[in-house]
Design a protein around this ligand. Structure first.
Ligand code: ATP
Ligand code: MG
Length: 394
């Protein structure tokens, strides 16, 4: 029923031959049942970590304390984890201790959502202790057990709920959703990196299902009260944008006083942060002439120009969106030059008699600007003539 990759089938076979139970588990089973390609494969087994280390030639003791060994195959790395139940969670993120168990049901009970708590191998088929399959069919994210308690143990699960909803386009089941609301104050125990990572994955998925849920349950404001500027209308705009993080972040943060600071707080990488700020800083630039667009592209790149026009079109209030899109399409087809592509350079200017270094840069910039304005063609001879003329006439 599920096509196991060779490495996973091999691991299960070797564990079985040695008298252990072993299953593919979690996200890989969920995604396979949905017809999606899993991006990683996990195995759960009653074999303890030392046994797994001994049975396979290439291994890494990734998380031995938690019973996890990574088994390396040429095509992939597979995490093999001993069945376990988790102890108390005094830090609201990680169990204080884990106890290994030979009960699959106990292992399933510690997992976050029913759709993530299914096991599969070829001889036993699907083992589904918490009706994950029904929830998959109903497209629901439902906590395993009592959601209030599960979010209390590990508040990251609150964000995982919304993130899975976004990535899969699912709804969060009522009780689980209610628990998100009631337990959102626990998010303060979660590191900013992890919060950012889940939030951004949600933003790149089905925005209404994931980010919208964070908004409605109050999780967003809990994470950063400055996110109170985010509105449902804004998320509707966001949903039509391509799934690119800077673009969607800029859409969400429009109108924020200091978007850079909010993003730094969520540990966004510098590049993304700079791009978001660039888009927001130029949101109201007039792009109503060929020159204005060429100038923007020359200064910031054509990708930034495409993003800016997409953002302006999506966020409404811009009645010239069609005209902008037309203009952009035409200019892209014609090709927009960068300063590097200008058919004259500093050495040329020195050759035609310019003396000081500082003046070289200034004249190059003037010539480039004239080309962008369409007043001069980007041809070497023509630019040389113009340079001579300007040098000789001060
Ligand atoms: P994806 O890899 O697409 O993010 P996944 O479901 O594989 O989704 P992982 O973070 O790779 O998620 O974790 C693998 C499995 O481990 C999950 O399917 C779930 O069963 C369990 N799991 C992971 N994180 C938690 C958590 N915070 N609480 C409980 N169970 C978890
Ligand atoms: Mg995974």
């Amino acid at each position: 029923m599920i096509a196991l990759p060779r490495a996973v089938a091999d691991i299960l076979k070797i564990l079985h031959e040695n008298g252990y139970r072993a299953y593919a588990v979690g996200g890989c089973v969920r995604d396979s049942l949905l017809g999606r390609t899993p991006h990683d494969w996990d195995v759960a087994s009653d074999a303890e970590a030392e046994t797994v280390l001994a049975l396979f030639p290439h291994t890494v003791g990734t998380g031995l304390r938690h019973g996890t060994v990574t088994v390396l195959y040429p095509a992939m790395a597979v995490e093999v984890t001993t069945f376990r139940r988790d102890g108390d969670y005094s830090d609201r993120r990680r169990p204080d201790s884990v106890t290994f168990t030979d009960s699959l049901r106990e292992d399933a009970a510690r997992r976050d959502f029913t759709i993530n708590a299914m096991y599969y191998n070829e001889s036993e088929g699907l083992i589904d202790c918490f009706s994950g399959r029904e929830d998959l069919a109903a497209r629901l994210i439902r906590a395993v057990g009592d959601p209030l308690r599960r979010f209390d143990e590990d508040a990251l699960r609150i964000l995982r709920a919304g993130r899975f909803a976004a990535e899969l386009g699912f709804a969060v089941e009522g009780e689980t959703r209610r628990a998100m609301e009631l337990q959102k104050h626990l998010l303060r125990h979660i590191s900013r990196e992890r919060i950012g990572a889940e939030l951004f994955r949600a933003l790149l998925g089905d925005v209404a299902a994931g980010f919208g849920l964070f908004l409605k349950t109050g999780c967003l404001c809990e994470i950063d009260e400055r996110l109170s500027i985010v509105t449902v209308g804004r998320l509707t705009a966001c949903a039509v944008l391509p799934r690119e993080l800077p673009l969607r972040l800029a859409c969400v943060l429009m109108g924020a006083n200091d978007p850079g600071q909010i993003l730094r707080g969520l540990r966004v990488d510098n590049r993304t942060q700079r791009r978001v700020c660039l888009l927001l800083d130029h949101l109201d630039d007039p792009l109503d002439s060929d020159y204005a667009m060429r100038r923007f592209a020359a200064d910031w790149g054509t990708d930034a120009l495409k993003e800016l026009t997409a953002l302006r079109a999506a966020c409404g209030g811009n009645t010239t969106a069609w005209a902008e899109a037309d203009r952009l399409g035409r200019l892209l087809k014609e090709g927009m030059i960068t300063k590097k592509e200008l058919q004259i350079n500093g050495a040329d200017l020195l050759q035609v008699g310019l003396k000081e270094g500082g003046a070289v840069g200034a004249l190059l910039e003037q010539l480039f600007d004239e080309v962008l304005r369409g007043n001069l063609p980007n041809r070497h001879n023509r630019l040389m003539d113009e340079a001579r003329y300007r040098i000789n006439n001060g």
